[in-house]
Write a protein that binds this ligand. Structure first.
Ligand SMILES: NC(=O)c1ccc[n+]([C@@H]2O[C@H](COP(=O)([O-])OP(=O)(O)OC[C@H]3O[C@@H](n4cnc5c(N)ncnc54)[C@H](OP(=O)(O)O)[C@@H]3O)[C@@H](O)[C@H]2O)c1
Length: 238
């Protein structure tokens, strides 16, 4: 796997402006997914949007010019796997899938209940894996997959064992899938996003966040850590 700290600095502004043509954005109702969908649309990509909150999803699809959209829930793994086939039908083809689905959870391991632990693993790992699994057979050489994990994979702090374990499981899975897909020319980008401004931690499914330092600028971070690597040929970004 290529990539490593700072590699994004090698991606030129010109590459970052190159958008894949037909893109499914999963988690388009969230901050990162919403920013990615908007930026890709601005660059001329034909986007299909998927998200949980049906009302926000419809609003965002309308704002981008009545784009195809589909609501789903992470617990419906068949539904997750069906998103890419739906997008390919809706758009006529599929070149790229962006997955920005997730939820935070906080608290020492012994204080996190089984239901919350299952929720964290389902939303942060199993659902993104199902989306990608459903997309791989549809992507041709030159196709790309970008999935947001987080810097937590590289430095998991105390008080976030379950959230960090889910993201790390996803990152490991993506690394193997990336190697499996390389021979057929499909690139898998593990987006190790830094902490951003935007309230993600406050929407935790369990526990409350510790005092966090100010986050990075969301729009610039989506550009640098997600869109530039998708356009520019790296497989991991931090
Ligand atoms: N923000 C950060 O600081 C940061 C840093 C590193 C990594 N990340 C990762 O980036 C991803 C997106 O974060 P964000 O900041 O954009 O968060 P966000 O604004 O809270 O968006 C989260 C997205 O996940 C979706 N989601 C949550 N639970 C779901 C469920 N049960 N079924 C289906 N969809 C579900 C949300 O859908 P609805 O809104 O429709 O409910 C939304 O689209 C997450 O994986 C997060 O772990 C974020």
């Amino acid at each position: 796997m290529s990539g490593g700290p700072g590699e994004a600095a090698g991606v030129s502004g010109r590459d970052a402006e190159t958008a894949p043509a037909h893109v499914l954005v999963v988690g388009a109702t969230g901050m990162i997914g919403g920013l990615a969908a908007r930026a890709l649309h601005r660059r001329g990509a034909s986007v299909a949007l998927a998200g949980r909150n049906a009302e926000r999803l419809a609003d965002r699809a309308r704002l981008l010019g009545d784009r195809p959209h589909r609501a789903f829930d992470a617990y419906d793994l068949d539904g997750c796997a069906g998103l890419a086939p739906w997008a390919a039908r809706s758009l006529g083809r599929l070149d790229c899938v962006v997955v920005a689905v997730g939820v935070a959870g906080f608290g020492r391991a012994e204080l996190v209940g089984d239901a919350a632990a299952e929720h964290l693993m389902t939303v942060n790992a199993l659902a993104p894996m199902a989306v990608v699994r459903g997309a791989l057979p549809l992507l041709e050489a030159g196709g790309t997959v970008g999935v947001v994990t987080g810097v937590i994979v590289d430095a998991p702090p105390r008080g976030m064992a379950d959230y960090a374990a889910a993201k790390t499981a996803l990152a490991t899975w993506l690394g193997v899938v990336g190697r499996e897909q390389r021979a057929r020319g499909v690139r898998v980008v593990d987006v190790r996003m830094p902490h951003l401004d935007g309230g993600f931690a406050a929407r935790a499914v369990t526990g409350g966040p510790p005092t966090l330092p100010p986050g990075a600028d969301p729009e610039a971070s989506v550009e640098r850590h997600l869109l530039a690597p998708l356009a520019g040929g790296t497989e991991r970004n931090r």
